[in-house]
Design a binder for this molecule. Structure first.
Ligand SMILES: [Zn+2]
Length: 125
């Protein structure tokens, strides 16, 4: 964290803060709720990767991934031009962890789903 330039840091903060009030997790949560899928546990610590939504009865974990932090490679998730090496390392570490988590859940007999932030663009709030 200390190694980043002020410019990079403010970019990071803007990403983080931008996700707070109407964050993608909350939008997915209200979508699930509206559709009657209400028996989930949020940020479930009982399972690998602390899934955003964990449906224990049907053994399904749903992750909501920010396109930037999880390296979606889409329009939304483009990293800044400066400190390219730093971002590349950080994001590929996140991607490696995501893959480990999904396969760990798979080995436990769980189904997994990933919802990307950019997929929520056209969903009504
Ligand atoms: Zn995306």
């Amino acid at each position: 964290m200390d190694a980043v330039s002020p410019e990079t840091r403010s970019y990071m903060m803007s990403r983080v803060r931008g996700d707070m009030p109407t964050g993608p997790e909350r939008r997915v949560g209200s979508m699930l709720w509206r559709n009657g899928a209400r028996d989930y546990r949020k940020n479930c610590r009982l399972h690998p990767g602390k899934p955003d939504f964990c449906f224990h009865r049907i053994k399904t974990a749903v992750f909501v991934h920010g396109c930037f932090w999880h390296g979606h490679g889409c329009r939304v998730g483009r990293p800044p031009k400066s400190n390219a090496g730093y971002w590349k390392a950080k994001i590929s570490a996140n991607r490696r962890r995501d893959r480990r988590v999904l396969s760990a859940l798979g080995r436990m007999g769980w189904r997994t789903a990933v919802v990307w932030e950019c997929q929520l663009d056209n969903v009504k709030r």
